[in-house]
Design a protein around this ligand. Structure first.
Ligand code: A3P
Length: 279
């Protein structure tokens, strides 16, 4: 980048950059044995993975009184088969992997899959704050402006553009049992989205529970839950930072925004996806 910083990650054979996960897990992911009653959450990082995990967990267990678990333990990126097999049921597994990296059992066991996407401006701001500012995952002292250019090319997990275009195609054409959700829609009408997820998971949950879950899963409620995932950095929650639609306006300059819109237009010219940037 312009300030001469590099981000330390692993480079895959196809050129994608990845965080440094255990290579053994990475190699075995396709043969990971799943169950029919697993729920899989797919999301590009910072698009609402944990939010959806929490909702899905409450719906599956039929209560808002759920154990506080480390969602990282339920990331396909971290689990070896023996660890996975020892997990309590029902299992909700999340991952940021691309389609061709997913366990092949998704085609045979057909677990239900929840896919969530978020507008790229907020996702990039959230990723910058998470990996650079809060967790200090990388030795990177560049500013957001520098990071944004890296992000557009693809940081951890590769390009956002490739990711969402790939899953756009998957949602349209694959034989998977998949529900496509939007972060901004959850923000706008959480109760309705919780109901939709419940129906998709074929859980006959009553209205009272749906309402309770939507109240327990607002940003402020999740943020204030003690002991939630990944703890704090400098007194701030790493995972539950701001939870807004449109925070990008506090980070993008006018010129960066115009530049980004041009990049978007070019990279997404074959896509029918629409994103919401403000509510
Ligand atoms: P911000 O950094 O913009 O606050 P992921 O779980 O995929 O890593 O996504 C994290 C982002 O989702 C963070 O965004 C986080 O605050 C936001 N988020 C988590 N729970 C939320 C909720 N209940 N409502 C709104 N946003 C939420």
């Amino acid at each position: 980048d312009s300030s001469g910083n590099t981000v330390v990650v692993r480079k895959l054979k196809d050129g994608r950059l990845m965080p440094k996960f255990d290579p053994e897990v990475l190699e075995n992911v396709k043969s990971l044995k799943l169950r029919e009653d697993d729920v899989i959450i797919l999301a590009y990082p910072k698009s609402g993975t944990h939010w959806l995990f929490e909702i899905a967990q409450m719906l599956k267990l039929g209560t808002t009184d759920v154990p506080v678990v480390s969602k990282s333990d339920f990331m396909i990126e971290y689990v070896k088969q023996d660890i996975l097999d020892a997990k309590p049921l029902p299992r909700i597994l999340n991952t940021h992997y691309r389609f061709h990296d997913l366990p092949t059992d998704i085609h045979t066991k057909k677990p239900k899959i929840l896919y969530i996407r978020r507008n790229p401006k907020d996702a990039s701001v959230s990723f910058y704050n998470h990996t650079i500012k809060l967790s200090k995952y990388y030795e990177y002292s560049g500013q957001f402006s520098d990071y944004l250019r890296l992000w557009v090319e693809g940081v951890d997990y590769g390009s956002w553009f490739d990711y969402v275009k790939e899953y756009e195609e998957v949602c349209q054409n694959s034989d998977l049992d998949i529900l496509s959700l939007e972060y901004e829609q959850l923000k706008k009408d959480l109760i309705n989205e919780v109901r939709k997820i419940s129906d998709f998971l074929e859980l006959e949950r009553n209205e009272e529970l749906i309402k309770d879950i939507s109240e327990r899963c607002t940003f402020s409620s999740m943020h204030s839950r003690k002991g939630h995932l990944t703890g704090l950095a400098d007194g701030q929650s790493i995972m539950y930072r701001k939870g807004d639609v449109g925070d990008w306006k506090n980070w993008f300059t006018v010129a960066e925004n115009e530049w980004f819109d041009e990049v978007y237009k070019e990279k997404m010219k074959d896509s029918n996806l629409k994103f919401v940037y403000e509510l």
